[in-house]
Design a protein around this ligand. Structure first.
Ligand code: ADP
Length: 359
């Protein structure tokens, strides 16, 4: 028998009280914190109204027909709530949720091991599904379409194939780069939705809910200031809320206010638009090294000594969204707004750089 298939998942699985299985080890205290801020039903899931509406209808219809849901593909930058959606779906359907990610599924056996343990209607969430190796992806096709996996025994003329039936599970795939998904995989998802960055108004609601759960008093202006600096991303909002909570408890009376937000985030290097030092260095690289662009992403990554994937998945989507960077056919360009935000004056259009300019 193929050794790859025999060596079933060696993933380090953690099971929380709600039956959530994750493929990476998360310490108990951290897991409790993550789960406590993560909404478990659609009422607490703020924003993304069209995604929520689509899913609510699909869930209701599946319940009426007493059938599992169609497979779902969620696209969008990190931290916008893709994993959270899979938790909510499992909760609403009353099924178990298994969480894994593309890069951890190294061999066909890793995936088969997980698939054969899924119950009827259970949800399998695969994060970064675009990074799933080709050999593993081949097992996904029959699993998604026919709820079966094919084992091949022996090799050459002795090769025999055996089909193993799976329970009808629901695959929820999440990706930051839908363009990297192969067409056959993309086509096997019945529902495809893109999550967008959150408005300040939605982030204020998320921040106030999280502050309540963390027993942290927060003023309205404090919540708005935090929301403005959260890069349109709930995960960032929750993370910086915790930093400001620390600051407010140590340096003030514990209440998160506009002034404690400003002071705490200044220490964190987060500016008025929510940009981090990596965001600013990215922009400065384009302006200083490449005269404002256009420049290819590989060149920016090499100058910054950063992973291209990090820049494309984490840094660029928000900078594009707020118009600080432009993507042209010949590469990335810093916009006028970027010069303005970094307080860089364009002295000579042929030699745009920030030499001698104070940021
Ligand atoms: P992704 O899977 O897209 O990287 P997550 O689902 O892990 O993002 O979301 C990160 C955190 O942000 C969650 O733990 C949750 O607390 C919060 N969050 C995300 N989306 C929402 C939302 N719509 N409403 C409230 N909180 C949210």
């Amino acid at each position: 028998m193929d050794n790859d298939i025999l060596s079933f998942s060696s993933l380090d699985k953690t099971t929380d009280p709600k039956g959530v299985v994750t493929s990476t080890h998360i310490p108990e205290d951290q897991l409790a914190e993550i789960v406590s801020l993560r909404p478990t039903n659609f009422n607490d899931y703020v924003g993304q109204q069209d995604v929520v509406d689509t899913l609510k209808i699909a869930i209701q219809a599946a319940k009426i027909r007493n059938e599992p849901l169609d497979h779902i593909l969620l696209h969008g930058p990190p931290g916008l709530g893709k994993t959270t959606v899979s938790h909510i779906i499992a909760n609403e359907m009353g099924k178990e949720l298994t969480i894994t990610s593309g890069p951890t599924l190294e061999k066909g056996g890793d995936l088969v091991g997980i698939l054969t343990h899924l119950g009827e209607g259970d949800i399998l969430f695969i994060d970064e599904i675009h990074r799933i190796p080709k050999v593993v992806e081949e097992f996904l096709y029959p699993a998604m379409e026919d709820f079966a996996v094919d084992f091949v025994f022996d090799k050459g003329i002795h090769a025999r194939s055996h089909r193993y039936r799976l329970k009808q599970f629901v695959l929820v795939g999440a990706t930051t780069r839908v363009g990297l998904l192969s067409a056959p995989l993309r086509d096997r998802f019945g529902i495809f939705r893109t999550l967008d960055f959150y408005s300040v108004k939605d982030l204020v609601v998320i921040i106030k809910r999280s502050a309540l759960l963390l027993h942290t008093p927060i003023s309205d202006r404090g919540a708005v200031e935090l929301a403005r600096r959260s890069r349109g991303t709930p995960r960032v909002a929750n993370r910086i809320l915790k930093r400001v909570r620390d600051y407010s408890q140590v340096k003030s009376n514990g209440e998160v206010t506009q002034s404690t937000v400003r002071a705490a985030l200044c220490l964190e290097g987060i500016d008025t638009l929510g940009l981090t030092s990596l965001d600013r260095n990215y922009l400065k690289t384009i302006i200083d090294f490449y005269k404002g662009g256009p420049v290819g992403i590989e060149a920016i990554a090499a100058t910054l000594q950063e992973e291209t994937d990090t820049l494309v998945d984490v840094v660029e989507p928000f900078l594009l969204k707020i118009g600080l960077v432009l993507r042209t056919s010949s590469g990335r360009k810093a916009s006028e707004k970027a010069y303005h935000h970094l307080k860089i004056i364009v002295k000579d259009p042929d030699k745009q750089n920030s030499d001698g300019q104070k940021y």
